[in-house]
Write a protein that binds this ligand. Structure first.
Ligand code: ADP
Ligand code: MG
Length: 452
């Protein structure tokens, strides 16, 4: 039997075609698969109200979609924590959003900029020079140059930092301007609330809020993929702000053309922005970042030790910061100056965390999810490009992230020869240098695997 996530993903794909976009965004998208209990797929609904609505409106459709999914359980049921149903495992943002419904509507709250992130503590290197320059220009003269600005780059490379830096700089130099920073999830949740919440005028308030600002920043816009209702709303917000000469900044983990399932109007608006990327930092920039962070924590660490750390952590700056925090913590705990032993200990923990519990299966699953292909095909014999590419990337990543002999890697793919694995490894290594799309894919899948 397929796992709950795969079953739900396939059902969602079908329902998205059948249900109008607003209905899909409001009722279906927030559902989360909890488990497969015997022969029943259990879906969590964010609130008691939405559970009742979904049951009344969509149950026959949900059942029909389920029947279409091969290897799926035979029935579906809805639960909601608010009804006293058992809570789902893991975190569920929609539950939180639904709870917030009872509180005064969040959509009237002012946005919060994180004062921790500013231009002064943003280290500029070859990897982010363009994004930094564009961001500074925008902050100096919002709405006039580079409008909109679209920043993209891998996880933990400073996109959110740079957006807050723009906001904080504008706040300082033009305190009369209205600034709004939101994640795309917040945008989506508030949009849904504005439609579902019974209070009259909420929808107007939502629009007022987003269309009356001087600087609107929406982070992680890749998450609006497959959310046609939200995309439509973003499109109209976009049009309203642009015609009023207001500044917009978007961030995403990939360039506009690589965000799947995006309305062509939204895609073309994103693409017409100034699109700038942030690349993983080189060694020198990594050292400079560590220097800045340790200085601001007022901890003195020798240059050669910072270099030692920077050489050994991945290109994800957030993870590198984690190692530095651990180093400083260990030094404080042992009442010692930071030395090589401490750095090694912190790095050991980091590696364990990085490599522990990763399995070949997980890597293959993440790769399949990323490319939206079936695992059976990837570990099977198909030779079409849509399947061969994910297969080679999964082989490459297993080789990179695990200490598995080549022939054992081959076995994970239905008994392929070790020479096939070598070919895949070399091919993907070369493509990472020459093909931005592959580089992004490999980086994203790696982040998915390591985040587990
Ligand atoms: P992203 O939004 O791209 O996933 P973040 O902006 O959250 O990444 O950055 C992750 C962490 O790395 C943050 O703590 C941020 O301050 C830090 N960081 C990223 N780039 C830089 C930089 N160039 N200089 C200083 N710190 C940085
Ligand atoms: Mg971010």
């Amino acid at each position: 039997m397929k796992d709950k996530d795969t079953v739900w993903q396939e059902m969602r794909d079908m329902l998205e075609v059948e249900i109008n976009s607003l209905g899909f965004d409001i009722w279906i998208a927030p559902l989360r698969p909890v488990e497969i209990d015997g022969d029943v797929l259990v879906l969590n609904s964010p609130s008691a109200k939405s559970k009742t609505e979904v049951a009344a409106k969509y149950m026959p459709l949900l059942r029909r979609a389920l029947r279409e999914v091969e290897g799926a359980p035979s029935d579906v049921t809805l639960v909601s924590e608010e009804d006293g149903d058992p809570p789902p495992h893991g975190v569920n943002i929609e539950v939180a959003a639904a709870r917030a419904e009872e509180a005064p509507p969040r959509i009237f709250e002012p946005s919060s900029l994180n004062p921790k992130y500013n231009f002064e503590n943003f280290v500029v290197g070859g990897c982010n020079r363009l994004a930094h320059a564009a961001a500074q220009a925008v902050a100096e003269d919002p709405g006039k140059v580079y409008n909109p600005l679209f920043i993209y780059g891998g996880v933990g490379l400073g996109k959110t930092h740079i957006m807050h830096a723009i906001g904080n700089a504008v706040k300082l130099s033009a305190s009369n301007l209205k600034i709004l920073y939101v994640s795309s999830e917040t945008f989506l949740n508030e949009f849904i609330e504005s439609i579902c919440a019974p209070k009259a005028g909420n929808q107007g308030s939502f629009r007022d809020k987003y269309r009356s600002v001087d600087l609107l920043m929406i982070d992680d816009v890749q998450f609006i993929s497959k959310k046609p209702g939200t995309q439509e709303e973003i499109f109209h917000t976009f049009e309203a702000l642009q015609s009023a000469g207001k500044q917009m900044v978007f961030a995403s983990d990939r360039p506009p053309q690589d965000i799947p399932d995006l309305d062509s109007r939204v895609r073309s608006r994103f693409a017409s922005s100034l699109v700038v990327d942030i690349q993983p930092p080189d060694l020198e920039t990594r050292i400079a970042i560590l220097q800045k962070k340790s200085q601001s924590a007022k901890v003195n660490i020798q240059y050669n030790l910072l270099e030692y750390i920077a050489e050994r952590v991945s290109s994800n700056i957030r993870e590198m910061e984690g190692v530095l925090t651990k180093v400083m913590f260990l030094a404080k705990l042992n009442e010692r100056k930071v030395d090589l032993d401490i750095c090694q200990e912190a790095l050991n923990d980091y590696r364990v965390q990085e490599c522990d519990e990763i399995t070949a299966d997980e890597i293959i699953n993440c790769t399949c999810r990323y490319f939206n292909v079936q695992k059976a095909d990837v570990v099977g014999k198909k030779k079409n490009k849509e399947i061969v590419e994910p297969r080679q990337i999964a082989m490459y990543l297993i080789n990179e992230l695990m200490t598995l002999p080549l022939d054992k890697i081959g076995e994970c793919f239905g008994g392929k020869e070790h020479t096939t694995v070598i070919h895949a490894r070399d091919k993907v290594s070369a493509l990472i240098v020459s093909d931005q799309r592959i580089k992004t894919a490999v980086g994203d899948i790696k982040a998915m695997v390591l985040r587990k």
